[in-house]
Design a protein around this ligand. Sequence first.
Ligand SMILES: [Zn+2]
Ligand SMILES: [Zn+2]
Length: 270
Amino acid sequence: MIPDYHLHSSFSDDCDTDIYDMIRKAASLGMSSFCITDHYDKDYPVHPEDSCTFDLDIPRYLSEMQQVKHTVSNDFDLKIGIELGVMPETADTLAGFGKKYPELDFIIASSHIVCMEDPYYPSFYEGRTEKEAYRSYFEAILENVSNFHDFDVYGHLDYCLRYGPNKAKCFNINDYLDIFEAVFQKIIPDGKGIEVNTGSLYRGLDFPHPHRKILELYKEMGGEILTLGSDSHDINHIGYAFPETAERLKETGFRFYCTYEKRKPLFHTL
Ligand SMILES: [Zn+2]
Ligand SMILES: [Zn+2]
């Protein structure tokens, strides 16, 4: 079973799942390793209808996860990562994040906030077309990868398609081709990758993030580094649809997936 490289535990502000329960569940699925990637979104603008700050006590997180790692080390290879929310406003101040926390095996950079709003909320789409809203989301990713380099893979590249009024119905990569080409021109030569996130499949989309057309472009441009993540916030979605997703990736021409050890990718045959 391919190790899950996008998972949330009770250290994430929007999750109360126990890490030991997660490990037990993963082991029961035949997974001998996974990477925990709890949320840290610096300066997340708290939504009036919600209380999540997506802050994280990083030293405590790292120390507790290391303890868990030692406790289970005979049976399970726990990797310690983080899902780092990046926005154009914080990209500069997050420089050197990985150096500051050398305990981390893996860093996902994710866009959750664009112009101080989370595309999760319907207000993100109000007063403009869906295409304009999506474009602003993708443009923020390009800005982030231009100004922030301390990550291993970029997370759920088309996260906004989960929440747009018509989700992916009107998505056409040609509307955003210039942006995705520029993103991949930055990250591929820099030795970074993207994640394939199956969280979309249990949130109403019929493809894992990112859309197949985005994956094809990534492949065409020489992209090879891929991790698989379920973005699970409970134990029931760990490794969600991984076998089918691996098949889709092979059909798209990918041969490998990656795991990480102290920020270095290791390639494994799909
Ligand atoms: Zn995310
Ligand atoms: Zn996540």
